[in-house]
Design a protein around this ligand. Structure first.
Ligand code: 5GP
Length: 205
């Protein structure tokens, strides 16, 4: 543990594709200090503008399957026909060193992580409507028609999981959504339970 004298908080963020989660998380990471990000492994092809080991570790299905067999994932799932997985070493190392960590995970992975991090903070982000969601997916031009169809169908199923999350952000307006995620992180950091060790230090001083 570091000077915070506590374990890091895992902030698990899920959202149907096109809800704006990646941009919101990137913006929040650039504003909030001492907030790490769990870079996942994936077998999906790299998109224009993405960077290896910043957005994902892009690996082949063979490498990914070897990693599953070696027990190197905290959780993994098949999403939209590709493997995605959270590295055990990367995340546990951050949490043990008191670093709060954002994890961008689908609803199935989040469910599995809840068993590992029962005290984690689970946040769900949605677009304000399906019309808006489809329009955002088409505009970003990173998926073909078939992928947009798969992702919209999956979004419908994923939204049903919203009640398993403690916080819900409706991304009508980007700045407002960023503000909300920022506020959740700050409020969670201020909880008495997490600051108890600091009070002991103050009393001893
Ligand atoms: P994308 O291909 O659009 O970057 O991500 C597709 C989906 O995979 C998103 O819902 C994202 O949250 C999810 N995802 C990304 N990394 C992981 C991971 O490590 N584990 C799981 N279960 N889902 C992930």
């Amino acid at each position: 543990m570091n000077h915070y004298s506590r374990w890091g908080i895992p902030f698990v963020i899920s959202a149907p594709s096109g809800a704006g989660k990646t941009s919101i998380c990137k913006e929040v990471r650039s504003i909030i200090p001492n907030l790490a990000y769990s870079v996942s492994y994936t077998t999906r092809p790299i998109r224009k503008g993405e960077k290896e080991s910043e957005d994902y570790f892009f690996v082949s299905p063979e490498v990914f399957e070897d990693m599953i067999n070696e027990g190197r994932f905290l959780e993994w799932a098949q999403v939209h026909g590709h493997y995605y997985g959270t590295s055990k070493d990367i995340v546990l190392d951050k949490i043990k060193h008191g670093l709060d960590c954002l994890l961008d995970i689908d609803t199935c992975g989040a469910k599995n992580l809840k068993k590992i991090f029962p005290d984690g903070i689970f946040v769900f982000i949605v677009a304000p409507s399906f019309h808006e969601l489809k329009s955002r997916l088409s505009k970003r031009q990173t998926e073909d028609y078939e992928q947009i169809r798969i992702r919209t169908e999956k979004a419908f199923a994923e939204i049903q999981a919203f009640e398993e999350y403690q916080y819900l952000i409706i991304n009508r307006d980007f700045s407002q959504a960023v503000e909300e995620l920022k506020s959740i992180i700050i409020a969670e950091r201020c909880k008495t339970l997490r600051r108890r060790p600091l009070i002991r230090e103050i009393l001893r001083s």
